[in-house]
Design a protein around this ligand. Structure first.
Ligand code: PLP
Length: 377
């Protein structure tokens, strides 16, 4: 062993002080940390589906007998089922460990790692406030984050994106967007597609957007459009990691080659197939969650210091006026209610409350009213 081996000198310099993604904490860890029973935790911090997996998915996982065998690296059954479900070609579908895996794969396929000096690296346009995984994965892949913040309404600043496009290769957009809850219009997408960027639309929450149309049908006629979908929110299997992308078969073939061969595990694959079989139930639950969301938004808007934004997803972003969001979040946590807090340049003093079960609305609103009174509001 070399005595003066310097591990930090060995590691990629641009990764040494990377701030990293801020993940959410699972229920059992929260329960232990706050000394409360796991079953009394009201977990509204991760946009998870409070109804859990489809009963058919749970049964299929229990009945599966091939866990000792590696999964199919071609993901053939799942890709075929998704192709039939979406009416697209299976060779344009790639499945992964959640859509996070697809975000990472696309970055790695498109970005030349840390090419040139920091200012000359391949650019990825990021429209904050949005999902933190995009800038995180950009940095890991050796790309350069090109910030084009959203307008005050949280709509995309399409004119500024058009100006930034020549200096970038990729743009990632969530629609509905996390954490703001608003959707991108068809016209906005059309304008982005003519910039020549590879446009990745992340539809993690599309199933909660009522009659909103997915952009999946546009992929076949737009070589530079990729749509990401996930079973984490609609399918209630965030813990299994099951997502996919719909894209040009040219890009899909490369992602199939560079991905970890067994990235889609047997349990996730089985659960995806069974969830598709049970989609009527999952759609009905998404519809119920959207109804709960509207009732929660109405209750929140009655509280003077909370300004909820309209949402087409399974969460509600709230601006807090004259009350510190960190303090509110901490006081909710001592009551067993967990929400997410945002304090970034694009989003000062905000809370994001995931939509839970209908019966969660009342205790959440009551707790917020109590906390408001405690803080003199
Ligand atoms: C939750 C979420 C996802 C889902 O990620 P998975 O890896 O599929 O669990 C993707 N995109 C956005 C914007 C999200 O909020």
């Amino acid at each position: 062993m070399s005595r003066d081996f310097d591990m930090r000198a060995m590691i990629r310099a641009d990764l040494l002080d990377l701030p990293g993604y801020v993940p959410i904490t699972p229920t059992d860890v929260l329960a232990e940390r706050y000394g409360i029973a796991p079953e009394s935790v009201i977990k509204l911090d991760g946009n998870e589906n409070p109804y859990g997996p489809s009963p058919k998915a749970l049964a299929a996982i229990a009945e599966e007998r091939s866990y000792h065998i590696y999964p199919d690296p071609d993901q053939a059954r799942v890709r075929a089922a998704l192709a039939a479900h979406l009416d697209v070609s299976a060779d344009g579908i790639v499945c992964g460990l959640g859509s996070d895996d697809l975000i990472d794969l696309i970055m790695r396929a498109i970005i030349t790692p840390a090419a040139g000096s920091p200012g000359r690296r391949d650019g990825v346009i990021n429209c904050a406030p949005t999902f933190g995984m995009y800038p995180f994965s950009t940095e890991i892949a050796g790309g350069r984050v090109v910030d084009v913040p959203r307008l005050e309404s949280f709509a995309l600043d399409v004119a500024s994106i058009e100006r930034a496009a020549p200096g970038a290769k990729l743009i990632f957009l969530a629609s509905p967007n996390n954490p703001t809850g608003n959707r991108m219009s068809h016209d906005e997408l059309e304008r982005l597609l003519v910039t020549g960027l590879l446009v990745v639309v992340d539809e993690a929450y599309i199933e909660f957007a009522g009659t909103a149309q997915s952009f999946v049908p546009l992929v076949a006629s737009n070589e530079n459009l990729v749509v990401l979908r996930t079973f984490s929110k609609w399918g209630g299997i965030a813990g299994l990691r099951a997502g996919y992308g719909v894209m040009s078969p040219v890009l899909a073939a490369v992602l199939m080659t560079i991905k970890q061969p067994y990235n889609l595990n047997v349990a996730a694959g089985v659960a995806m197939l069974a969830s598709l079989e049970d989609r009527a139930l999952l759609d009905e639950r998404a519809c119920t969650i959207a109804g709960t969301r509207e009732r929660l938004a109405a209750l929140l808007s009655e509280i003077g210091w909370i300004a909820p934004y309209p949402s087409e997803a399974n969460f509600i972003l709230c601006r807090l006026n004259g009350v510190d969001a960190v303090e509110v979040k901490a006081r909710l946590a001592t009551r067993g209610i967990f929400v997410r807090h945002f304090d970034t340049p694009a989003l000062r003093n905000h809370l994001r409350i995931s939509v839970g079960l209908e019966e969660h609305n009342e205790p959440v609103v009551r707790a917020l009213r109590e906390i408001g009174a405690e803080l003199g509001r």
